[in-house]
Structures are given as structure tokens and as C-alpha cells.
Ligand binder design. Structure first.
Ligand SMILES: Cc1cc2nc3c(=O)[nH]c(=O)nc-3n(C[C@H](O)[C@H](O)[C@H](O)COP(=O)(O)OP(=O)(O)OC[C@H]3O[C@@H](n4cnc5c(N)ncnc54)[C@H](O)[C@@H]3O)c2cc1C
Length: 337
């Protein structure tokens, strides 16, 4: 599976209408956090971001782990955005106006099981998803005129969900009265702990889903929902549930690689197939073992690569730090020596 790719933020391109494995609405904290994982897992992921932002209203982030002096919001937003783009997300400054089910007029019934995104790229039609997962395609319409198709939409817009009304799922909204007026709100009860909803293929992350309204919790929740999206995507592609839900994204030191890891991978696959009473033919075991081995193989890095990444990581951080602060810091150090 691809581990790191880069992406820019171009204008409207034909690839927008080709669709994505996942579209994330909202590029604050929870959205990019989910996108970093989905893109690194190999899912084509698009993040759209424009409109009311909770993060933008925050004066200064003093309680986000890893920033001992806190961090200003615009630098933090730029870091989140750069990170998502480096992971492979297509990050578009554009606002979603409507999310709806794909029109059945093109021969596909919006209520019927539809091919997964992989099927649409010519995959095996037998590899269908479990019932209740991404069984229909969504169409995402944007302010700048984009029309994007996707089987999975992840909602990460804490302050606005009006664009979901076209789905016609009244149960996702609740009403409350303030000052004599009745307002409609997204109902967090509509979302389960991993961000899934009764609308197949629709996920919700961040405080909108009911998690505590803090940036770091939103990031953690976004990641968690990202993993639910990945698990469902892998199942849609025919992976046994135990393998799909056991997906991980770690980099490990090459020296710590167990020489029996290939045998472990095979045992893991056999157990996963057994647990779900699935086809455990030699061919199937070998196919899944080879994929798992390839995935694992890419996650081991040599010490030189760790060092290269360390330097690159520091350099990428410096890109976001005020040049005058860097210069003043270096001058100070020089005068101390
Ligand atoms: C005044 C204030 C101060 C805060 N201070 C702190 C603090 O000090 N520390 C802390 O931990 N937390 C703080 N928070 C909470 C923190 O900002 C939120 O928990 C966090 O930002 C939620 O992340 P999110 O990504 O779910 O939503 P958001 O940060 O709101 O991000 C949503 C993103 O979606 C975009 N968007 C909205 N609608 C659309 C649409 N239709 N199409 C496309 N994009 C859309 C927005 O532009 C935005 O970028 C504060 C919040 C407020 C309001």
C-alpha cells in the first residue's frame, strides 16, 4: 500500500468528476486527521474546506499536545493542511452546498447495492460489500461548481450541516427552540462510536458526532472515524472483517523486524478467515498473505531513512515558522556561545 504521496491544491480538474474513495467535508481538525489515515491506506481522498469554522474562532491553542508554548491558529491550520496534502489528500478550498444520493436515472438504483469504488475501476463484481456499508454512491456539489461522486462521505463540519438536507434523512436532525425560534441541529445520537451512521456510507467526526469540543479530541476522533472508513473500504474490497478491522499504520525500525514475520502474516490471515468462516482455500490464503506482507514490508524503515525523515520533518516544520523568529533564535544562540 502506498505510504506517502504529495498533492497540490489545483483548480477544477476532470479527476473531480471521476470520484474518490472518500470525500471529507471540512478541513478543520477532525477532517484532515481522518484524511491522513484514509489517504495513507491508499484510498483516494478529497477534502473540501470553506465556510464556518470553529477553529478559526479560537484565539490561541494552548492545550494541544506537543506544543509546549501553544500554537497560533493560522500556523496550526496550515500544518494540518500541509500534513493532509503530504499524506496524499486532494485538499480543495471549496464549500459543499449539497450531498445527495446519486440519481438513479443513470441506470443505477440509489436503493440497490451498487458497485464499490473499486468495482467501478473494473474490479471483480463478486467482491461486494457487506450489507449496510457503502451501498450507494453520493454526489457532492460545491460552491465552485464541482460535482464529485463517492461511495463514502465523512462529515467534519462542526458548525454547519444544512448541505445534508438533500439526503432526506430527517432522523439525522433534531429541533430546539431559542428566543421563540425553532432551530434544526444535527443529532449526535445519529452517529455510533466509530462515526458510522444509519445512512450507509455516511460518517461523522468531531464534536458534531458528540465528542468533547476540544481540538485534540476532535483530531483523535477524526482518526478513529478514519479507521472505520478504512475498515469498511477494505471489507468492500473483499477483505475478511478481522483483517479489515485490524488495519494499522505504524512505521517500525528495520532492526526490530522478526525474521518469522512472513509466517506470522500467514497465521494471521488463516485466523482471520477461520474466525469469519470464510473461504480458506490455499489460493485465497496466499493472495491475502501476499497483500498483508507487502503492506507490512513497507512499514519497516532503516535507520538512515529514519534520519532522513527526521531532517525532512524538521525542515517542514521550519517552513511554518516566522523567519524573524528563526533568525532571532539563531542570533541569540550565537551570542550565547
Ligand atoms: C471561540 C472558540 C475557542 C476555542 N478554543 C479552543 C482551545 O483553546 N482549545 C481547544 O482545544 N479547542 C478550542 N475550541 C474548540 C475547537 O476549535 C474545536 O473542537 C475543533 O476546531 C473542532 O474541529 P472540527 O474539525 O470538527 O470543526 P472545525 O474546526 O469547525 O472545522 C470545520 C471545517 O469545515 C469547514 N466547513 C464548514 N462548512 C463547510 C462546508 N459546507 N463545506 C466545506 N467545508 C466546510 C470550515 O471552514 C472548517 O474549516 C474553541 C472553539 C471556539 C468556538
Amino acid at each position: 500500500m502506498p505510504i506517502e504521496r504529495t498533492a497540490s491544491d489545483p483548480g477544477i480538474e476532470s479527476s473531480d468528476s471521476d470520484g474518490y474513495d472518500a470525500v471529507i467535508v471540512g478541513g478543520g481538525v477532525s477532517g484532515p486527521s481522518a484524511g491522513i489515515f484514509t489517504a495513507r491506506a491508499g484510498m483516494s481522498t478529497c477534502i473540501l474546506d470553506r465556510g464556518p469554522s470553529s477553529l478559526a474562532r479560537c484565539a490561541y491553542l494552548a492545550n494541544y499536545l506537543g506544543f509546549p508554548g501553544g500554537i497560533d491558529v493560522s500556523t496550526f491550520r496550515a500544518l494540518c493542511r500541509a500534513h493532509a496534502a503530504t499524506a496524499g489528500c486532494r485538499y480543495l478550498t471549496d464549500m459543499v452546498l449539497e450531498v445527495r444520493r446519486k440519481d438513479p436515472g443513470d441506470g443505477r438504483d440509489s436503493n440497490a447495492e451498487e458497485p464499490s469504488s473499486d468495482d467501478s475501476k473494473g474490479g471483480d463484481e463478486d467482491e461486494v460489500r457487506a450489507e449496510g456499508r457503502a451501498s450507494g454512491s453520493f454526489v457532492v456539489e460545491s460552491q465552485d461548481g464541482r460535482t464529485i461522486e463517492t461511495p463514502r462521505v465523512l462529515i467534519a463540519t462542526k458548525d454547519d450541516t444544512s448541505y445534508l438536507e438533500a439526503l432526506g434523512e430527517g432522523a439525522m436532525f433534531t429541533e430546539a427552540s431559542h428566543g421563540g425560534e425553532t432551530h434544526r441541529y444535527f443529532d449526535p445520537e445519529y452517529v455510533d462510536q466509530e462515526g458510522r451512521t444509519p445512512t450507509a456510507g455516511l460518517y461523522v467526526a468531531g464534536p458534531l458526532a458528540g465528542c468533547p469540543d476540544q481540538a485534540i479530541v476532535s483530531a483523535g476522533h477524526g482518526a478513529r472515524v478514519g479507521f472505520a472508513v478504512i475498515a469498511d473500504w477494505l471489507e468492500d474490497r473483499g477483505y475478511p472483517p478481522a483483517l479489515a478491522r485490524g488495519y494499522w499504520d505504524w512505521l517500525s525500525k528495520e532492526e526490530s523486524r522478526d525474521e518469522n514475520w512472513k509466517a506470522h502474516a500467514r497465521a494471521f490471515v488463516e485466523r482471520a478467515l477461520d474466525e469469519n468462516d470464510e473461504d480458506a482455500s490455499e489460493g485465497r490464503i496466499e493472495e491475502l498473505t501476499a497483500e498483508l506482507q507487502a503492506h507490512t514490508d513497507a512499514l519497516f524503515v532503516r535507520s538512515e531513512e529514519v534520519e532522513r525523515r527526521r531532517r525532512e520533518g524538521h525542515r517542514r516544520l521550519l517552513e511554518h515558522i516566522d523567519d524573524r523568529v528563526i533568525k532571532a533564535y539563531l542570533d541569540e544562540r550565537e551570542s550565547d556561545e
